[in-house]
Design a binder for this molecule. Structure first.
Ligand SMILES: Cc1ncc(COP(=O)(O)O)c(C=O)c1O
Length: 453
């Protein structure tokens, strides 16, 4: 039976329930809506309802849905050479590598291609140990790096608990979160958050033996946990401490890359060059699953006369590489990175006005078209709606707010805890941003009603 011959939404959902294990949910719970079509910043469900995509699906549809230049490039590659073993070379792979070297900072010149973000981080983990001969990787609390065994060990929240023990040699340090800084006086803001948080990371380095630490991995802006923007100077301080101890710095730009924050990569705001940069999502706009692990030239040279012992059947998949080449062309031709910086001001300032009207909004922060809205039960104490240690969270105020947005035709993805993530396609217009924020504004009344009196 052809996909188009399937009878209708009810049959599709029923088949999916019977034969598909859906990610991240109780299999008996409601499935998501069947989606049948998308265009620009909108998509449609099977009932014909249109939704404004205010989170680029999972932060990947950076240039929107059905961008014809990328679709055409994939079609042309599929018609001539859709699949090639990774032991061969293709023009698409070589050109994708060249273009990535052009847009990533400094001497990040050589790319290993994988099928997605978690795999990009798995590669980075192995590379760091291989390049340094050291066993320990330091990651941070309230980070997300993927759901494979290694990547999930790096990510530290309740979702990893059932699968422990994870991989050995991973330790965690606090995240730099100016809103919830552990060094802040009660009820106040930390005066020197960057320095305190970098020092606490260095303490973890020293406690584990600096010459045993291979790498520090961090999201330059922690996305899934609520777009946590570190204090100014923090990333620079982490770069310096890594240099002091000969430790590699891995920047996970799976979510923050490709113009999302108003620069090509979030590390560009700090002007630092990580030793390894991992990315995915906006790399192809999600049109073909691809991940990339980009390594600084002097480090990658170590593998010129010994093997890189890592690979996938689909490393450098031809369709994915063709999509990357076309995607980078779209980012450049349409000046989408600059556009994200400009429209980001509209999104951030608009989201900040929500704080004036809603006592459930504790904090709003972000860069470019990447904004986190953190809901709290009590603004004074910053008590969250969702206890971070709760293993199976039932629908919270945040979920009810987002359900209301959905009912009103705006799709917004929840973050972890009580965070709401706003990250529309970089092609969105000012009017569409205002439209999305107006719907969120109305929906936040639901959370206001659940705040402390
Ligand atoms: C920062 C970050 N790293 C890694 C990943 C994992 O990527 P994937 O889901 O493609 O494995 C994600 C996914 O959301 C992410 O946000």
């Amino acid at each position: 039976m052809a996909i188009s011959d399937l009878a209708g939404p009810t049959e599709i959902v029923d088949l999916d329930r019977r034969h598909v294990l859906a990610p991240w949910k109780n299999q008996g719970a409601e499935r998501g809506a069947p989606i049948v079509r998308a265009e620009g910043v909108h998509f449609w469900d099977a009932a014909g309802r249109r939704y404004l995509d205010f989170t680029s699906m999972f932060m990947f549809a950076n240039f929107g849905h059905t961008e014809p230049r990328v679709v055409r490039a994939i079609q042309e590659q599929a018609a001539t050479l859709p699949v090639v073993a990774s032991s061969f070379v293709t023009a698409a792979r070589a050109e994708a590598g060249r273009l990535i070297a052009e847009v990533t900072p400094g001497d990040l010149n050589r790319t290993f291609f994988s099928p997605g973000g978690a795999e990009a981080n798995e590669a980075a983990l192995k590379m760091a140990r291989d390049l340094t001969g050291r066993p320990i990787i330091i990651a941070r609390y309230r980070s997300y790096h993927g759901s494979t065994m290694g990547a999930m060990t790096l990510s530290r929240d309740h979702r990893g608990w059932p699968f422990e023990p994870g991989i050995p040699g991973v330790v965690h340090a606090p995240t730099c979160d100016p809103y919830r800084c552990q060094f802040a006086p009660p009820g106040g803001r930390c005066a020197d958050c960057a320095a305190h948080c970098a020092r606490s990371l260095e303490e973890v380095v020293l406690a584990n033996g600096p010459d045993r630490v291979a790498a520090v991995i961090l999201e330059p802006i922690a996305g899934p946990h609520g777009v946590i923007v570190p204090a100014d100077g923090y990333l620079e301080a982490v770069r310096q401490l890594c240099d002091r101890h000969g430790i590699l710095l891995i920047a996970d730009e799976v979510m923050t890359g490709w113009g999302r924050t108003g620069r090509w990569f979030a590390v560009d705001h700090a002007g630092i060059v990580p030793d390894i940069l991992t990315t995915s999502k906006g790399l192809t706009g999600g049109y073909v699953p691809m991940g990339a692990t980009v390594v600084r030239e002097p480090l990658a040279r170590q593998w010129d006369d010994r093997p890189l012992v890592h690979g996938h059947t689909y490393s450098g998949h031809a369709l994915g590489c063709a999509a990357i080449v076309a995607a980078i062309g779209v980012y450049r031709d349409d000046r989408l990175v600059e556009r994200a910086a400009e429209l980001g001001e509209v999104l951030l300032s608009g989201a900040r006005t929500l704080m004036d009207r809603h006592r459930s909004v504790g904090d709003v922060r972000g860069k470019g078209l990447f904004v986190g809205v953190e809901l709290v039960r009590d603004r004074r104490t910053k008590e969250p709606f969702v206890d971070p240690a709760r293993r199976t969270p039932s629908p919270s105020a945040k979920d009810r707010v987002l359900a209301r947005c959905w009912d009103d035709g705006v799709y917004i993805m929840p973050g972890q805890g009580s965070a709401i993530l706003l990250a529309p396609p970089l092609t969105i217009t000012r009017e569409q941003i205002e439209e999305g924020l107006a719907v969120l504004d109305a929906a936040l009344a639901v959370a206001d009603a659940e705040t402390a009196a």
